[in-house]
Design a protein around this ligand. Sequence first.
Ligand code: HEC
Length: 295
Amino acid sequence: MRKYIPSYIRVPVLFFAIAGLIEYFVDSGNEPAFIKFPIVLVFLLLVLVVILSIEGIVAALDNVLFQSLDAAGKARYLANDAKTPKFIQWAKDTYIKLLGQKPIAQESEIVLDHNYDGIRELDNSLPPWWKYAFIISIIFAFAYMLKYEVFGGESQIDEYQTELAEAKISIEEYKKTAKDLVDANSVTLLTDASDLSAGKAAFETNCVACHMADGGGGIGPNLTDDHWILGGGIKNVFHTISEGGRDGKGMIAWKQSLKPAQIAQVASYVLSLQGTTPAKPKEAEGDIWVAEAAE
Ligand code: HEC
């Protein structure tokens, strides 16, 4: 049985069978068990190590047994071995070819006449896969050096800078579409007719009861004069509307019911009332607001 199924099939099949069973019996929801429970991964690695060591030990024992046979026994063993199915024989041959080694039976051809206390040296050639990988890596190194050192290809730092710049641009793009990201620090006075009319609409639904339709004031202060209790300018007005006025005065925090973008619109609308003459203006309250140079 062992002889017919080579180890490179036996090991993976056994391993994946065990892994599959674990996956089947361990309830891990949508995630694979070995990702959800790292201990499963550790266990699977352990299983792999155990399988591989058993394979290694058995193969070594086999080899020792073979070496202990006399010439006739070796011949019989090899003859028996030759009975292995064609496919497996082919796979074995290819494997040996890839390694570029002489089969044990032909080792006498390449044994060197060094002899250190009975330990002798074989003159095996380098495995072809190793040789070709080496040659390919040399060719690759040349191509790499030419591209990046001679012709100044994009280095990793350049790539990083480009990506950073691209990311900055897309953040700007995102901010443009995501108007609700504004707060009292980043808000700017909106002057678009569409923003102002949206602000006016919000003002008429929410604010006229206390500030009057023309901003002249009632329960709330006059919004058309240049006197401000809580500070003028778009940032302060945004902050007042968003967070509300002083406790007990009646101006609530509108951030509960208005989105930041709407607050920016209604704040801009309020500021557009500056200097207009309302029908019944309430007398000025607060201080004259002088815009800071920074604004
Ligand atoms: C229930 C009545 C009421 C409503 C409704 C109301 N306000 Fe006020 N508002 C006030 C009062 C009262 C104050 C003064 C608060 C203070 O003195 O702290 C005020 C203050 C303000 C101020 C600051 C004025 C200053 O001089 O600093 C602004 C700006 C303002 N309101 C805008 C609005 C907007 C915009 C709305 C609608 C979204 C609104 N208010 C709805 C009562 C109201």
